[in-house]
Design a protein around this ligand. Sequence first.
Ligand code: AHR
Length: 657
Amino acid sequence: MKLNRVCLIIALAFISVTAAAQKNSPIVVNVNKPGAEIQSTMYGVFFEDINFAADGGIYAELVKNRSFEFSDPWMGWDRRNQDRKGSVLIINRGGPNPRFARITVSTDTAAYALTNEGFRGIGIKKDNTYHFSLNARMEAGATQDISIRLIDAKGAEVGNSKITITGGNWKQYKASIIANTTSPKASLRISFDKKVVTDIDMVSLFPQDTWKGRPGGLRNDLVQWLADMKPGFVRFPGGCIVEGRELATRYQWKKTVGEVDQRELSINRWNTEFRHRATPDYYQSFGLGFYEYFLLSEDIGASPLPIINCGMACQFNTGEVVPLDELDPYIQDALDLIEFANGSVETKWGKLRASMGHAAPFNLRMLGVGNEQWGPQYVERYKIFSEAIRKQYPDIKLVVSLGPNANGPLFEYLDPKMRELKADILDEHYYLPPEWFQANASRYDNYDRNGPKIFAGEYAAHVKGTEGIKRNNWLAALSEAAFITGLERNADVVHMSSYAPLFAHAEAWQWAPDLIWYDNLRSYGTPSYYVQQLFSVNKGTQVLPLLKNNGVLAGNDSLYGTASIDRVQNQIIIKLVNLSYAPHNATILLEGLKKKPSQAAMTILSSATERQNSFEEPAAISPIEKTIQLNKKNMTVDLAPYSLTILRIPVEKASGK
Ligand code: AHR
């Protein structure tokens, strides 16, 4: 009995000494054994017009329902003084932008005014210039004076301007206003000062301060967040928006190019999707259309990845499909899109691209066929699409959906089918709790190395029991970081990844969490944003083996890690996640380095798990950078509790292969 107890104590002591030794064993990075190349597309962005991401978000137009095309033509407009001073009539002339407003002023003594409320108000900044324009016409020989005023929430004037309209055919008129104060919730009032009849359309207000100063362009601060990520690709336009609730409201790229006032408005599918987050004023003006998406991708150095409808409406909604023998127009849309992006200016669609201002091709290399489709209907349709596209454009890589789940029957049906059909890239989606992301850091370690490549196309850790903005806490972000170490370690299989959704307006969102939140004047990156950004800007060019106790670092002792070499900057990059409440003193061995480095750049993201960023504390969780001195004999690094630590260690050019 006594002897047994002694044996047990010795055995326990042995186990705990071994465990402690294993815990303290070094993290070994073998610099001489570079592995897979990390694709330039490894980290990208997923853009969908959800949560007021386009109209009311990145598309800087400040007037809502500018051409009276919403189902209710007066949504967004206040015409309360109609009876006393004049009247308005909506006239439908047909065509892609059918409606315009006819204003009849009935009194000589007072002006008749229309007021637009903007998208949850109009955000105006002191001393900034705003460009107003409208299309108008009236009886030949007549003139109309229009006063344009920006009014703040208390009714005070923030700035004004005037234009005079002269009778005749439709013409565009412009004016500029300099704001004398900052107001997040201003409105735009246009008064018709003379007793005449005036037709108006496309009433527009843009800040002068847009991305690259482009008139009618994109919101500068929001594009900057994307540019700072240095994304490898931009996926657009979604997302379920590609599919539509029914086929009639699917995304049709041809209706989003050419003159802005000829782009046919469509209801946004997220307008009615969630009853508890209904957004009746959510439409797509397509001022941000396919040309602008291509341009945005180019501006920020990303490969464009358009997704086209494959003859299927959203399977969570109507699930309508086009009969197989009527797919031709859908396929033609795909072929024409490739021509629009890459065709010479002699081709029909290349010519349109050139006429819009971009004679050079956009260098489209990938195309998604269908968004988040599943089932045999998808496989049948994909087959027909892929045959047609590959015949004409064999070099275009085709991205296919593996459905809405990370596993289960829909996934398990599609995965082998799409591999058989030799799809180039499989798009996997997972919106799951943080624990799933932690447990799946090794998901791709055993994937087939010879089949199609993987696109972790839509993912986000969803923390239960929190709502909206609050879901973007540090636990979610750090769990995503743990998971991403597994994506990068498997860069031979995983070629692309993107968090979803990207953008959300704090007062008009339907889906959370999201990567970047904003209101009319402010924006901030969530902790997940900083995780995405840090992985992207620190990806390196080739994976290096990173092992602890001869195994990959994927959760043992709550640690996760990956390493790479950056051949351009000659640096070893080590990314370590500590998902423990306790700090960890890690010893790192760089095997194969002739000359030991003396210092490293260190970037740290760490926080309490419940913490999040907000408008009030936008950078509560944001990277801290420092330089650390390295002990040449024994390189040790303190990993803070709940932290992502990135080390960039300079090496001599000759190191590695
Ligand atoms: O990202 C939000 C939605 O999630 C996307 O539109 C869809 O593809 C997925 O179901």
